[in-house]
Each structure stands twice: as structure tokens, then as C-alpha cells.
Design a protein around this ligand. Structure first.
Ligand code: 9MR
Length: 368
């Protein structure tokens, strides 16, 4: 009898152990991909613990910076492939799904893209041809090795009007259609995404839905809308997020949560426009010495509420990607105020998985 009790106890302990060791990527398998944004140091193995966690804990990766127009195409006749090549090979080695980010964006793009030798804006024809060359070259290089591309990033303002970017000024809204056409031309099998932040804002969501309809009507391929999901403690609401998922689903596209992080800090600003920058003050950086338990519990609840939505809509939610591996490496330590201490992702500053991940694993296992 005693032996049986001991064996039962051992089996129980072993199963708890396996449960605790299971990754969130395993638990979400068949529901959606679990991704992470990766920087070049992590691909290079500068901190081997980080590199190993990325390989082990996630089923998909996206490059945090190295495939953006500026780093990959800094001058008209110069492409820099080194980091992007290593990034794609890293994903293949780890059997992860690789996404490209991003082909056309108003930010992190060389000034040369929009001007001629005299520094004047190029004509619509020249800009269109530069987009064509850029997209054919970049997408073409990784043809067959990348599942999908963020084709156009952040083309709308929060009020639903088109962002007055150089692309928009020179080509009007058709620059988006051209980008999707060129990407499809470069790799007819690759998935194509439109990506933006504050997708939960009704006016912006409606504008994106309208764009999806127009692209489809023009015969363009668009597989999904990427909702960046740079979220805060109180915004967006779970309801607003659910509404945006439903609207996109009704528009006939998949939904990807492409850059998920939930800032625990007070914020003077709710967007993700990288140009935003506010002055540092101690009041805006309250958790320098650690997060009080009551606040951590609130953050956990918020992460779990949103995760519940991803699971509920897993018929259309194809991927959830964290924007950064650890609290140490997150961009939010320097945005929109430089030099703060934020805690927005799933691994802490000691590269430890946060306890909330076990809760997420349990939720994923329970859901259909
Ligand atoms: O996380 C990226 C950061 O390292 C870069 O300095 C920044 C520069 O543009 O871009 C950050 O990533 C952005 C992403 O490419 C697009 N959506 C907003 C992200 C956070 O700014």
C-alpha cells in the first residue's frame, strides 16, 4: 500500500514537473503560432541564454529591426543582407515560422528613397519604381523561406485618415495597393499583411477594414491584418479589442497580434509612433525597484484577459507575437520616455519565465 502511495505521488510530481516545463508555444500549437521579435545580438548569440530561450519557447520569429528599409537598403544601389540572412537561417535552424517585417514604412527608411539628385521629391513614377525594386529584391531574396510579410506598416492616423507620409504625398493612397501587388509578384506563395498600432480605435479599425475591401476589390492578395498590440494597463479595453477582431474577421482576413507588449508604466501617450518622446520624471518611472504585488496582479489579469480573447478567436487569430523577449531588452524602457524601467513581456530581467505564463498554458490547454 505504502509503495502504491509513493508511486502515485511520484507520478503526480512528475506530471506537475512536465506541466511546468511545457512551453506556451507547445500549449498554443494548433491554435496559433507564438512568436517573438528578435534582435541581431540574439541571433548572434551574444547572450546565449536569450538565444536559447527564443529557440525553445517560441514557434515563430520576426526581426525587430534588420529587415526594415533603412538597415536593409540604406542607399539606392546598396543592400545589406548580413543580419537578415542570419536571422532567416536562425529561424530555419530552430524550425520556427519566419515572418518578414516590414517592406514599406514611413519610418526607418533612407531619405534617398523619396528624393532626386537635387534633393527634390521624386515623381510618382520614380517612387513607384523604387518601391518595385525594393520589394522585388527583398521579398525575392527570401522567396519560399518566409511565411508572410508585413507589406505596409502604419499607413493610418488614429482618426482613420491616411498618414501624410512621403509615400502618401507622392503617390496618394495607391502606394498601398502597389506594395501588395509588388510583393505578390515577387513571391506568389507568400502571405501578405497590413500592420498597424491602435487597431482597436474604432475610426482606425474602420479605415483598415475599408482598405482591406479596396485591396480585395482591386484583386490584391491580403491574408491578414496585423494588430501591433502595444497596449497599456487601461487601454484598449477588452471589449474594444474584441470588436476589432470581429470587424476584421467579417472583412474576410485573419488577425495577427504582431507586436504584443503591455506596458505597466503610466503613459503620456497611447500610440506607438516611434517619433514620440516625452521628458523623464520620477513619477513616470514608479517601479525602478520592482513592481508591487497588487500592480503585478493587475498586469497578469490584463494579459490573461487578452490571451483569453486570442484563444476565443483562434479560428481567425493565426499568430501572437511578443515584441521582445525580456523586460531587459524591450524597446519600452526608452519609449515614449527614455531611461525608464518597464515590465511588458513574458520573461523578466533575469531571463526567467514569469509565473503568468503557467496560467496562460493552463488556459490554452483548457480551451477548444
Ligand atoms: O522595437 C523597435 C526599436 O528597436 C526601433 O528602435 C524602433 C525604430 O523604428 O522600432 C521598433 O519597432 C517598431 C516596429 O518596427 C513597428 N511598430 C512599432 C515598434 C515599436 O516602435
Amino acid at each position: 500500500m505504502k509503495l502504491i502511495t509513493t508511486i502515485t505521488a511520484l507520478v503526480f510530481l512528475a506530471s506537475i514537473q512536465t506541466m511546468a516545463q511545457k512551453t506556451l508555444a507547445d500549449a498554443t500549437k494548433g491554435k496559433f503560432l507564438l512568436g517573438v521579435a528578435v534582435n541581431s545580438q540574439q541571433v548572434d548569440g551574444v547572450n546565449p541564454i536569450e538565444t536559447e530561450l527564443i529557440a525553445k519557447e517560441f514557434s515563430a520569429i520576426v526581426p525587430e529591426n534588420c529587415m526594415k528599409p533603412q538597415p536593409i537598403h540604406p542607399e539606392e544601389n546598396k543592400y545589406v543582407w548580413d543580419s537578415a540572412d542570419k536571422f532567416v537561417a536562425f529561424g530555419e535552424k530552430n524550425k520556427q515560422v519566419v515572418t518578414g517585417h516590414c517592406l514599406i514604412w514611413h519610418s526607418q527608411i533612407g531619405k534617398w528613397f523619396f528624393i532626386d539628385a537635387d534633393g527634390k521629391d521624386v515623381s510618382p513614377e520614380v517612387l513607384k519604381e523604387r518601391m518595385h525594386q525594393h520589394i522585388l529584391t527583398v521579398v525575392g531574396r527570401y522567396k519560399g523561406r518566409i511565411k508572410g510579410w508585413d507589406v505596409v506598416n502604419e499607413a493610418f492616423e488614429d482618426n482613420g485618415t491616411y498618414r501624410n507620409s512621403k509615400f502618401y504625398q507622392i503617390l496618394g493612397k495607391d502606394f498601398i495597393k502597389y506594395a501588395f501587388q509588388f510583393a505578390h509578384e515577387a513571391d506568389p506563395n507568400v502571405e501578405l499583411y497590413y500592420n498597424d498600432y491602435n487597431v482597436e480605435t474604432p475610426a482606425k479599425c474602420d479605415a483598415i477594414v475599408q482598405l482591406v475591401k479596396e485591396l480585395k476589390a482591386a484583386g490584391c492578395r491580403i491574408d491578414a491584418v496585423g494588430s501591433q498590440a502595444h497596449w497599456h494597463m487601461n487601454s484598449p479595453t477588452v471589449d474594444a479589442t474584441e470588436t476589432s477582431i470581429k470587424k476584421l474577421k467579417d472583412a474576410g482576413v485573419k488577425v495577427l497580434f504582431t507586436e504584443l507588449d503591455i506596458s505597466i508604466l503610466p503613459s503620456p501617450y497611447d500610440g506607438a509612433n516611434v517619433a514620440a518622446n516625452f521628458k523623464y520624471s520620477k513619477e513616470m518611472d514608479p517601479y525602478k525597484e520592482g513592481v508591487p504585488d497588487s500592480i503585478q496582479q493587475k498586469w497578469n489579469k490584463r494579459m490573461l484577459d487578452m490571451f483569453g480573447l486570442f484563444l476565443k478567436y483562434n479560428d481567425v487569430v493565426d499568430r501572437v507575437t511578443l515584441w521582445g523577449l525580456t523586460d531587459n531588452t524591450t524597446w519600452l524602457n526608452n519609449f515614449p520616455i527614455r531611461g525608464r524601467k518597464d515590465y511588458p513581456v513574458l520573461f523578466d530581467r533575469n531571463n526567467q519565465r514569469k509565473p503568468v505564463v503557467d496560467e496562460m498554458i493552463k488556459m490554452a490547454k483548457k480551451s477548444k
